[in-house]
Design a binder for this molecule. Sequence first.
Ligand code: 5AD
Length: 347
Amino acid sequence: MDIRNLINNIAFNNYEPSIDELERIISVNGDDMHYLFSVADKVREEYCSDEVQIRAIIEFSNYCRCQCKYCGLNCHNTEVKRYRMSPEEIVSTAKEAVDAGYKTLVLQSGEDMFYTKDMVCNIVKDIKAIDDIAITLSIGERSCDEFKAFKEAGADRFLIKHETADEDLYNSLHPHSTFKRRIQCLKDLKSLGFQTGSGFMIGLPHQTNRIIAKDIMLLKEIGVHMAGIGPFISHPKTDLKDCNNGDAMMTLKAVATTRILLKDPMLPVTTSLGVLEEKNKSLAFGSGANVIMQKVQPIQYRKMYEIYPKDTKDEPSVLAKRLELEDFIKSCGRKISKSRGDFGLLK
Ligand code: 5AD
């Protein structure tokens, strides 16, 4: 099949591509690549409207028990200054974000067992008492029993990326856990009724276009409600310090292909894509993305949450940052969502 027909058939006729066909799409360049982006943009408009969902993210602890070979917060990195926000501090930051207009809060941290099941539940309940806001947890692997308690406490969504769909590559990058365990977490979360998010990185060493095709197929098989797709960025304090960064165009192709195949998931413009180059963010909005996240924790913590190297300027207040982001979204020709932006309720 001609590549443009293939793209159209997937996007508009629900054609189910083979892994070979997905790999062909991921490999397009030049005009065909821009064609892919424009089709993804149409699908995004049809299923998600023109509204961009803005999420506030509170990175509340950078302690982590994991050994992810790509991540600057891995437990072997003794040079990173570690911090934990107290539950009170987390809830008051949440309040500030709500006052600035946010309707969704993402609570993210390293895998930090300091925050027990009960502590996480109480934080969720205290934030829920502020207003009708959606809460996403992004705190790593926990037992199914803990996931269930978080759901009962009021958490709406959970984000845990599969990182790569290649089992051997996954296991080599995560010596503390396994691919099977990660997929089990995603299945548990879905069956508990969470709006469930996964995602993966572009440009990991030994990744091929076929693996990226498998990543996208896996998102479809799991039936994710959101998927964060971002380039790998080399961090000097990790085993992968000498590896090249992932490619921005490949990242955009993966976002666009995910949009045409899955249709309605939440697809964020990832921060790492903006780290490569600021203008990638507006390109991502034109290639299928409909979500953006903004850090809202106090400035001293923003600097310390260094998964990968990035500039953290002395940024203005939570409200001023929100207004700046709204202007940027409007400059991309898009509108600002005023709702919680729940999966399935965008149109
Ligand atoms: N480059 C890009 N993304 C990274 N992540 C972690 N380390 C890196 C890196 N070096 C992403 C992973 C992880 C999330 C916390 O951040 O996808 O799930």
